[in-house]
Design a protein around this ligand. Structure first.
Ligand SMILES: Cc1cc2nc3c(=O)[nH]c(=O)nc-3n(C[C@H](O)[C@H](O)[C@H](O)COP(=O)(O)OP(=O)(O)OC[C@H]3O[C@@H](n4cnc5c(N)ncnc54)[C@H](O)[C@@H]3O)c2cc1C
Length: 282
């Protein structure tokens, strides 16, 4: 089912955007990791959110999520691994594609730095999506750099396709197929020539044709390479519009202060702007 607005991210900004857009009668699909995965869930105490002091970050998030559910937003829990804006908005989560007319980006900030070589070989051996690209590596050696809870399942899926999978992480995760070799390591670098030839793990080369880097989140600029940034954050105007028509952004992804109040306010503005944009199109 198509939605008026897709929201990427189920933190304060995304949930505020969902509530505001539902208030304007728009159908909304929030695509995001579990709401408990917002960094706010790690705050033991939040004292500076107006009217709701002294609770934990998790309590505050639970209230935000509950509000968005009651407002009638739909939810897909999972990592968006690719997006396209072309006569609408399309987002891939696992093997499913979801579509909408406008998009609000609220993915927070990417806290995990990229590995050396990752950017260079993206699309030439480096992939963020086992479901999308796994078939390309059938019968070939691939390394999975597992940095997200669902990474072991993705590695198992690659093995089921016939890829020769090696899993690389700081420790062997639960749920990983017992037949998949595990290499312990944390300093990673992607090595290649025209395309990927190896993953370097703590200085040792692991030869492979593909490297699947599976983090909790994919940076919005990797999802939408045409998205303009400024000083490392998504460039927006006062209506929270980005440089792409019908695409808005809110919260930590647009820059500081990295605070809940700012994320919620921007989410609200982005939703109203997306609604106005939709009205203009109809
Ligand atoms: C320990 C700690 C304490 C804090 N304490 C306070 C405080 O007391 N007061 C305060 O105001 N602020 C505090 N903050 C800051 C606050 O948490 C952030 O400003 C706020 O969470 C930003 O909201 P957001 O919606 O922009 O992004 P986030 O909360 O980061 O939410 C974004 C969500 O999108 C998900 N996501 C990203 N990319 C994808 C993708 N490709 N597919 C699916 N999901 C994706 C992320 O996993 C995340 O769940 C604290 C932060 C931390 C880490």
């Amino acid at each position: 089912m198509s939605h008026d607005i897709l929201v990427l991210g189920s933190g304060p900004a995304g949930l505020a955007a969902a509530v505001a857009a539902r208030g304007r009668g728009k159908s909304v699909l929030v695509i995001g990791n579990r709401w408990q995965d917002s960094p706010l869930a790690r705050a033991e105490r939040v004292d500076n959110y107006l009217g709701l002091p002294a609770g934990s970050g998790k309590e505050l998030l639970a209230q935000f999520y509950d509000h968005a559910v009651k407002a009638g937003a739909d939810f897909v829990t999972g990592r968006a691994v690719s997006m396209m804006v072309y006569g609408g908005v399309f987002a891939t989560v696992g093997s499913q594609v979801y579509d909408g007319k406008a998009l609000i980006l609220a993915p927070g900030v990417q806290r995990q730095a990229k590995y050396p070589g990752e950017e260079t070989y993206l699309g030439r051996g480096v992939s963020y999506c086992a479901t999308c690209d796994g078939m390309l590596y059938r019968g070939k050696p691939v390394a999975v750099a597992g940095r997200s809870p669902d990474a072991p399942l993705e590695a198992n899926y690659l093995k089921s396709l016939g890829c020769q999978v090696t899993y690389v992480a700081a420790q062997r995760p639960e749920g990983l197929d017992g037949d998949i070799p595990f290499v312990r390591g944390s300093r990673l670098a992607v090595i290649g020539e025209q395309a990927v030839t190896a993953l370097e793990v703590d200085g040792a080369k692991l030869p492979c044709a593909g490297v699947f880097i599976l983090r909790q989140a994919v940076a919005p600029t990797d999802l939408l390479p045409q998205l303009e940034t400024e000083n490392g954050v998504i460039r927006v105007d006062r209506t929270m519009a980005t440089n792409l028509p019908g695409v808005f952004a809110a919260g930590d992804c647009t820059g500081g202060p990295l605070q809940v109040a700012k994320a919620v306010g921007e989410g609200h503005v982005a939703a109203l702007s997306a609604c106005a944009w939709l009205e203009e199109q109809s």
